[in-house]
Design a binder for this molecule. Sequence first.
Ligand code: NAD
Length: 358
Amino acid sequence: MTKKIAILSGDGIGPEIIEQALRVLGALGLDLEMNTAPVGGAAYDLHGHPLPPETLKLAQESDAILFGAVGDWKYDQLARELRPEQAILGLRKALGLFANLRPAILYPQLANASSLKPEIVAGLDILIVRELTGDIYFGQPRGERVVAEGPFKGERQGFDTMHYAESEIRRIAHVAFQAAAKRQGRLCSVDKANVLETSQFWRDIVIDVAREYPDIELSHMYVDNAAMQLVRAPKAFDVIVTGNLFGDILSDEAAMLTGSIGMLPSASLNASNQGLYEPSHGSAPDIAGKDVANPLATILSAAMLLRYSLNLPEQAQRIEAAVQNVLEQGLRTADIHEEGTRRVGTAEMGDAVLRALS
Ligand code: NAD
Protein backbone atom coordinates (compact mmCIF):
# COMPACT_ATOMS: atom_id res chain seq x y z
CA MET A 1 0.00 0.00 0.00
CA THR A 2 1.24 3.49 -0.85
CA LYS A 3 2.56 5.30 2.22
CA LYS A 4 2.11 9.04 2.50
CA ILE A 5 4.97 11.23 3.66
CA ALA A 6 4.63 14.96 4.34
CA ILE A 7 7.79 16.84 3.45
CA LEU A 8 8.19 20.01 5.53
CA SER A 9 11.57 21.56 4.70
CA GLY A 10 11.25 24.80 6.67
CA ASP A 11 13.95 27.45 6.92
CA GLY A 12 17.68 27.97 6.75
CA ILE A 13 19.50 24.81 5.73
CA GLY A 14 16.18 22.87 5.89
CA PRO A 15 15.51 22.77 2.12
CA GLU A 16 19.07 21.73 1.14
CA ILE A 17 19.38 18.90 3.68
CA ILE A 18 15.85 17.63 2.96
CA GLU A 19 16.70 17.56 -0.76
CA GLN A 20 19.50 15.08 -0.08
CA ALA A 21 17.27 12.89 2.12
CA LEU A 22 14.64 12.82 -0.64
CA ARG A 23 17.21 11.66 -3.18
CA VAL A 24 18.15 8.82 -0.84
CA LEU A 25 14.53 7.79 -0.18
CA GLY A 26 13.84 7.98 -3.92
CA ALA A 27 16.68 5.58 -4.68
CA LEU A 28 15.12 2.77 -2.60
CA GLY A 29 12.29 2.16 -5.09
CA LEU A 30 9.58 2.22 -2.39
CA ASP A 31 5.89 2.95 -2.96
CA LEU A 32 5.81 6.41 -1.35
CA GLU A 33 3.60 9.42 -1.98
CA MET A 34 5.49 12.57 -1.04
CA ASN A 35 3.69 15.89 -0.56
CA THR A 36 5.44 19.12 0.37
CA ALA A 37 4.08 22.06 2.39
CA PRO A 38 5.59 25.22 3.88
CA VAL A 39 6.35 25.37 7.61
CA GLY A 40 8.08 27.74 10.03
CA GLY A 41 9.30 31.12 8.83
CA ALA A 42 8.76 30.12 5.20
CA ALA A 43 5.08 29.47 5.97
CA TYR A 44 4.80 32.73 7.91
CA ASP A 45 6.13 34.63 4.89
CA LEU A 46 3.62 32.94 2.58
CA HIS A 47 0.53 32.59 4.77
CA GLY A 48 1.11 34.68 7.92
CA HIS A 49 1.37 31.62 10.21
CA PRO A 50 4.22 29.13 10.93
CA LEU A 51 1.80 26.17 10.79
CA PRO A 52 -0.96 27.02 8.28
CA PRO A 53 -4.12 24.83 8.35
CA GLU A 54 -3.23 23.19 4.99
CA THR A 55 0.20 22.16 6.33
CA LEU A 56 -1.31 20.75 9.51
CA LYS A 57 -3.95 18.85 7.50
CA LEU A 58 -1.31 17.34 5.25
CA ALA A 59 0.70 16.26 8.31
CA GLN A 60 -2.35 14.69 9.96
CA GLU A 61 -3.23 12.74 6.81
CA SER A 62 0.30 11.37 6.35
CA ASP A 63 1.91 8.25 7.77
CA ALA A 64 5.01 10.23 8.63
CA ILE A 65 6.51 13.71 8.40
CA LEU A 66 10.04 14.41 7.27
CA PHE A 67 10.93 17.76 8.78
CA GLY A 68 13.97 19.94 8.01
CA ALA A 69 14.38 22.74 10.53
CA VAL A 70 12.72 26.04 11.34
CA GLY A 71 13.83 29.41 12.63
CA ASP A 72 15.78 32.47 11.68
CA TRP A 73 16.85 35.53 13.60
CA LYS A 74 14.73 37.71 11.33
CA TYR A 75 11.59 36.31 13.02
CA ASP A 76 12.79 37.07 16.56
CA GLN A 77 10.60 40.19 16.80
CA LEU A 78 7.35 38.32 16.04
CA ALA A 79 4.78 37.56 18.75
CA ARG A 80 5.59 34.20 20.38
CA GLU A 81 2.66 32.37 18.74
CA LEU A 82 3.85 33.40 15.28
CA ARG A 83 7.50 32.39 15.69
CA PRO A 84 8.73 29.55 13.43
CA GLU A 85 9.45 27.20 16.38
CA GLN A 86 5.74 27.21 17.26
CA ALA A 87 5.16 25.00 14.22
CA ILE A 88 6.94 22.10 15.94
CA LEU A 89 4.98 22.56 19.15
CA GLY A 90 1.74 22.76 17.15
CA LEU A 91 2.53 19.53 15.27
CA ARG A 92 3.48 17.70 18.48
CA LYS A 93 0.23 18.76 20.11
CA ALA A 94 -2.07 18.12 17.15
CA LEU A 95 -0.62 14.69 16.42
CA GLY A 96 -0.10 13.67 20.05
CA LEU A 97 3.62 13.02 19.51
CA PHE A 98 4.48 12.01 23.07
CA ALA A 99 7.60 9.90 22.53
CA ASN A 100 10.85 11.51 21.47
CA LEU A 101 13.54 9.07 20.34
CA ARG A 102 17.04 10.48 20.11
CA PRO A 103 19.88 8.14 19.29
CA ALA A 104 23.40 9.29 20.15
CA ILE A 105 25.75 7.34 17.94
CA LEU A 106 29.44 8.03 17.58
CA TYR A 107 30.78 6.31 14.51
CA PRO A 108 34.30 5.01 15.20
CA GLN A 109 35.56 7.12 12.26
CA LEU A 110 34.44 10.31 14.07
CA ALA A 111 35.79 9.46 17.53
CA ASN A 112 38.06 12.53 17.47
CA ALA A 113 35.05 14.85 17.07
CA SER A 114 34.03 14.25 20.69
CA SER A 115 35.49 16.35 23.48
CA LEU A 116 35.84 13.12 25.49
CA LYS A 117 38.70 10.66 25.07
CA PRO A 118 38.15 8.37 22.06
CA GLU A 119 38.34 5.21 24.21
CA ILE A 120 35.37 6.45 26.27
CA VAL A 121 33.11 7.30 23.31
CA ALA A 122 34.26 5.45 20.16
CA GLY A 123 31.44 3.15 19.08
CA LEU A 124 28.91 4.80 21.41
CA ASP A 125 25.33 3.80 20.52
CA ILE A 126 22.65 4.85 22.99
CA LEU A 127 19.00 5.78 22.58
CA ILE A 128 17.26 8.35 24.76
CA VAL A 129 13.48 8.03 24.94
CA ARG A 130 12.10 11.29 26.29
CA GLU A 131 8.46 11.89 27.21
CA LEU A 132 7.50 14.96 25.21
CA THR A 133 4.03 16.23 26.05
CA GLY A 134 3.78 16.24 29.86
CA ASP A 135 5.77 17.07 33.00
CA ILE A 136 6.55 20.48 34.47
CA TYR A 137 6.65 22.03 30.97
CA PHE A 138 2.89 21.74 30.65
CA GLY A 139 1.67 21.31 34.25
CA GLN A 140 -0.99 23.65 35.60
CA PRO A 141 -1.17 25.84 37.59
CA ARG A 142 1.84 27.90 36.64
CA GLY A 143 2.66 31.57 36.66
CA GLU A 144 3.41 34.33 39.12
CA ARG A 145 1.74 34.94 42.49
CA VAL A 146 2.25 36.59 45.85
CA VAL A 147 3.41 34.24 48.62
CA ALA A 148 0.69 33.88 51.27
CA GLU A 149 2.77 32.65 54.23
CA GLY A 150 6.19 31.50 55.42
CA PRO A 151 9.56 33.25 55.25
CA PHE A 152 8.86 34.78 51.83
CA LYS A 153 5.34 36.03 52.72
CA GLY A 154 4.27 39.02 50.63
CA GLU A 155 6.99 38.49 47.98
CA ARG A 156 6.27 37.80 44.32
CA GLN A 157 7.00 34.20 43.30
CA GLY A 158 7.27 32.29 40.02
CA PHE A 159 5.94 28.73 40.05
CA ASP A 160 5.29 25.66 37.89
CA THR A 161 3.66 22.30 38.54
CA MET A 162 5.22 18.89 37.93
CA HIS A 163 2.87 15.96 37.43
CA TYR A 164 2.54 12.76 35.41
CA ALA A 165 -0.65 10.74 34.97
CA GLU A 166 -0.37 6.96 35.10
CA SER A 167 -1.36 6.52 31.43
CA GLU A 168 1.30 9.04 30.35
CA ILE A 169 4.00 7.03 32.11
CA ARG A 170 2.70 3.68 30.91
CA ARG A 171 2.67 4.62 27.21
CA ILE A 172 6.20 6.08 27.21
CA ALA A 173 7.45 3.09 29.21
CA HIS A 174 5.99 0.72 26.57
CA VAL A 175 7.75 2.63 23.78
CA ALA A 176 11.04 2.40 25.69
CA PHE A 177 10.74 -1.31 26.54
CA GLN A 178 9.88 -2.10 22.92
CA ALA A 179 12.82 -0.04 21.66
CA ALA A 180 15.12 -1.86 24.09
CA ALA A 181 13.80 -5.19 22.79
CA LYS A 182 15.02 -4.23 19.29
CA ARG A 183 18.48 -3.35 20.69
CA GLN A 184 20.61 -4.83 23.49
CA GLY A 185 17.63 -5.39 25.81
CA ARG A 186 18.72 -3.00 28.57
CA LEU A 187 16.60 -0.09 29.79
CA CYS A 188 17.58 2.52 32.37
CA SER A 189 14.76 4.67 33.76
CA VAL A 190 16.01 8.05 34.97
CA ASP A 191 14.18 10.00 37.68
CA LYS A 192 14.67 11.90 40.93
CA ALA A 193 12.68 9.55 43.14
CA ASN A 194 14.74 10.43 46.22
CA VAL A 195 13.26 13.95 46.19
CA LEU A 196 10.21 14.19 43.91
CA GLU A 197 6.82 12.54 44.46
CA THR A 198 6.20 12.62 40.69
CA SER A 199 9.43 10.66 40.18
CA GLN A 200 8.57 8.03 42.82
CA PHE A 201 5.23 7.50 41.04
CA TRP A 202 7.06 7.33 37.67
CA ARG A 203 9.38 4.65 39.08
CA ASP A 204 6.49 2.59 40.53
CA ILE A 205 4.65 2.58 37.19
CA VAL A 206 7.77 1.73 35.15
CA ILE A 207 8.40 -1.24 37.48
CA ASP A 208 4.81 -2.35 36.93
CA VAL A 209 5.08 -2.09 33.12
CA ALA A 210 8.35 -4.07 33.29
CA ARG A 211 6.38 -7.19 34.26
CA GLU A 212 5.20 -7.35 30.64
CA TYR A 213 8.82 -7.38 29.42
CA PRO A 214 10.59 -10.13 31.39
CA ASP A 215 13.46 -10.27 28.87
CA ILE A 216 14.41 -6.62 29.31
CA GLU A 217 16.93 -5.76 32.02
CA LEU A 218 15.51 -2.71 33.83
CA SER A 219 17.57 -0.41 36.04
CA HIS A 220 16.86 2.95 37.69
CA MET A 221 19.15 5.93 38.13
CA TYR A 222 18.78 9.37 39.68
CA VAL A 223 19.11 12.12 37.11
CA ASP A 224 22.16 13.72 38.74
CA ASN A 225 23.99 10.40 38.63
CA ALA A 226 22.83 9.80 35.03
CA ALA A 227 24.33 13.15 34.00
CA MET A 228 27.65 12.03 35.52
CA GLN A 229 27.59 8.50 34.11
CA LEU A 230 26.90 9.86 30.63
CA VAL A 231 30.31 11.54 30.62
CA ARG A 232 32.11 8.90 32.72
CA ALA A 233 31.06 5.67 30.98
CA PRO A 234 28.36 6.42 28.37
CA LYS A 235 28.78 3.08 26.60
CA ALA A 236 27.32 1.35 29.68
CA PHE A 237 23.85 2.58 28.59
CA ASP A 238 21.64 1.01 25.95
CA VAL A 239 18.22 2.74 26.18
CA ILE A 240 17.38 5.53 28.65
CA VAL A 241 13.75 6.49 29.35
CA THR A 242 12.93 9.67 31.21
CA GLY A 243 10.46 12.52 31.60
CA ASN A 244 10.28 15.71 29.60
CA LEU A 245 12.46 17.96 31.80
CA PHE A 246 15.26 15.48 32.52
CA GLY A 247 15.12 14.21 28.93
CA ASP A 248 15.52 17.70 27.53
CA ILE A 249 18.83 18.09 29.35
CA LEU A 250 20.18 14.54 29.07
CA SER A 251 19.46 14.23 25.35
CA ASP A 252 21.49 17.37 24.63
CA GLU A 253 24.28 16.11 26.87
CA ALA A 254 24.27 12.79 25.00
CA ALA A 255 24.29 14.65 21.67
CA MET A 256 27.42 16.52 22.72
CA LEU A 257 29.17 13.26 23.56
CA THR A 258 29.28 12.63 19.85
CA GLY A 259 30.63 16.12 19.11
CA SER A 260 28.80 16.18 15.80
CA ILE A 261 25.30 17.63 15.89
CA GLY A 262 25.15 17.36 12.09
CA MET A 263 25.03 13.55 12.45
CA LEU A 264 22.13 13.09 14.88
CA PRO A 265 18.60 12.14 13.79
CA SER A 266 15.47 12.15 15.94
CA ALA A 267 11.91 10.84 15.90
CA SER A 268 8.75 11.91 17.71
CA LEU A 269 6.01 9.28 17.71
CA ASN A 270 2.39 8.95 18.75
CA ALA A 271 0.46 5.88 19.87
CA SER A 272 -0.19 4.73 16.29
CA ASN A 273 3.47 5.12 15.23
CA GLN A 274 2.73 8.17 13.14
CA GLY A 275 5.87 10.21 13.51
CA LEU A 276 7.77 13.39 12.86
CA TYR A 277 11.39 12.86 11.87
CA GLU A 278 13.96 15.64 11.97
CA PRO A 279 17.65 16.25 12.51
CA SER A 280 18.52 17.20 16.11
CA HIS A 281 20.11 20.45 14.98
CA GLY A 282 18.42 23.74 14.08
CA SER A 283 18.14 25.70 10.87
CA ALA A 284 21.73 26.99 10.99
CA PRO A 285 20.98 30.30 9.24
CA ASP A 286 24.70 31.14 9.43
CA ILE A 287 25.52 28.52 6.77
CA ALA A 288 22.23 28.35 4.82
CA GLY A 289 22.46 28.25 1.02
CA LYS A 290 26.23 27.72 1.01
CA ASP A 291 26.25 23.97 0.26
CA VAL A 292 28.27 23.26 3.42
CA ALA A 293 25.60 21.85 5.77
CA ASN A 294 25.89 18.22 6.80
CA PRO A 295 22.85 16.34 5.38
CA LEU A 296 23.58 13.08 7.25
CA ALA A 297 21.39 13.79 10.32
CA THR A 298 18.45 14.31 7.95
CA ILE A 299 19.30 11.24 5.86
CA LEU A 300 19.50 9.21 9.09
CA SER A 301 16.14 10.72 10.17
CA ALA A 302 14.68 9.33 6.94
CA ALA A 303 16.09 5.93 7.95
CA MET A 304 14.34 6.23 11.34
CA LEU A 305 11.12 7.09 9.48
CA LEU A 306 11.37 3.84 7.53
CA ARG A 307 12.08 1.84 10.70
CA TYR A 308 9.48 3.28 13.09
CA SER A 309 6.55 4.58 10.99
CA LEU A 310 6.76 2.39 7.88
CA ASN A 311 8.08 -0.76 9.58
CA LEU A 312 10.84 -1.21 6.97
CA PRO A 313 13.87 -2.01 9.17
CA GLU A 314 15.92 -3.51 6.33
CA GLN A 315 15.59 -0.39 4.19
CA ALA A 316 16.52 1.70 7.24
CA GLN A 317 19.60 -0.41 7.73
CA ARG A 318 20.57 0.01 4.06
CA ILE A 319 20.66 3.79 4.54
CA GLU A 320 22.59 3.53 7.82
CA ALA A 321 25.14 1.21 6.23
CA ALA A 322 25.54 3.63 3.30
CA VAL A 323 26.24 6.51 5.72
CA GLN A 324 28.80 4.38 7.55
CA ASN A 325 30.35 3.54 4.19
CA VAL A 326 30.86 7.20 3.14
CA LEU A 327 32.48 7.92 6.50
CA GLU A 328 34.80 4.96 5.94
CA GLN A 329 35.73 6.45 2.57
CA GLY A 330 36.92 9.52 4.49
CA LEU A 331 34.31 11.96 3.15
CA ARG A 332 33.40 14.76 5.59
CA THR A 333 31.33 17.94 5.53
CA ALA A 334 32.95 21.00 7.13
CA ASP A 335 31.47 20.39 10.60
CA ILE A 336 33.17 16.98 10.97
CA HIS A 337 36.20 17.61 8.78
CA GLU A 338 39.65 16.80 10.14
CA GLU A 339 43.13 16.39 8.69
CA GLY A 340 43.50 13.36 6.44
CA THR A 341 39.85 13.33 5.35
CA ARG A 342 38.26 14.83 2.22
CA ARG A 343 35.98 17.81 2.65
CA VAL A 344 32.75 17.71 0.61
CA GLY A 345 29.66 19.91 0.32
CA THR A 346 26.02 19.09 1.07
CA ALA A 347 25.13 17.83 -2.42
CA GLU A 348 28.39 15.92 -2.85
CA MET A 349 27.72 14.12 0.46
CA GLY A 350 24.27 13.21 -0.90
CA ASP A 351 25.91 11.90 -4.11
CA ALA A 352 28.26 9.73 -2.04
CA VAL A 353 25.43 8.20 0.02
CA LEU A 354 23.54 7.42 -3.20
CA ARG A 355 26.61 5.70 -4.66
CA ALA A 356 27.11 3.72 -1.45
CA LEU A 357 23.46 2.62 -1.58
CA SER A 358 23.79 1.16 -5.02
P1 NAD B 1 21.60 25.42 15.12
O1 NAD B 1 21.54 23.98 15.48
O2 NAD B 1 20.81 25.85 13.98
O3 NAD B 1 23.14 25.80 14.86
C1 NAD B 1 24.16 25.69 15.85
C2 NAD B 1 25.52 25.62 15.16
O4 NAD B 1 25.66 24.34 14.54
C3 NAD B 1 25.69 26.65 14.03
O5 NAD B 1 27.03 27.09 14.02
C4 NAD B 1 25.39 25.88 12.79
O6 NAD B 1 26.04 26.37 11.64
C5 NAD B 1 25.86 24.47 13.14
N1 NAD B 1 25.07 23.45 12.47
C6 NAD B 1 23.79 23.09 12.76
N2 NAD B 1 23.37 22.12 11.92
C7 NAD B 1 24.41 21.85 11.10
C8 NAD B 1 24.60 20.96 9.99
N3 NAD B 1 23.63 20.13 9.56
N4 NAD B 1 25.78 20.97 9.35
C9 NAD B 1 26.78 21.77 9.75
N5 NAD B 1 26.67 22.64 10.77
C10 NAD B 1 25.49 22.68 11.43
O7 NAD B 1 21.21 26.23 16.44
P2 NAD B 1 21.08 27.81 16.66
O8 NAD B 1 22.11 28.54 15.85
O9 NAD B 1 21.04 27.98 18.12
O10 NAD B 1 19.64 28.16 16.09
C11 NAD B 1 19.41 28.64 14.78
C12 NAD B 1 17.91 28.69 14.52
O11 NAD B 1 17.40 27.37 14.57
C13 NAD B 1 17.13 29.46 15.58
O12 NAD B 1 16.13 30.20 14.95
C14 NAD B 1 16.55 28.36 16.46
O13 NAD B 1 15.38 28.76 17.09
C15 NAD B 1 16.30 27.29 15.45
N6 NAD B 1 16.23 25.93 15.98
C16 NAD B 1 15.35 25.10 15.36
C17 NAD B 1 15.26 23.78 15.75
C18 NAD B 1 14.30 22.89 14.98
O14 NAD B 1 13.86 23.24 13.90
N7 NAD B 1 13.97 21.72 15.51
C19 NAD B 1 16.09 23.28 16.75
C20 NAD B 1 17.02 24.13 17.35
C21 NAD B 1 17.10 25.46 16.94
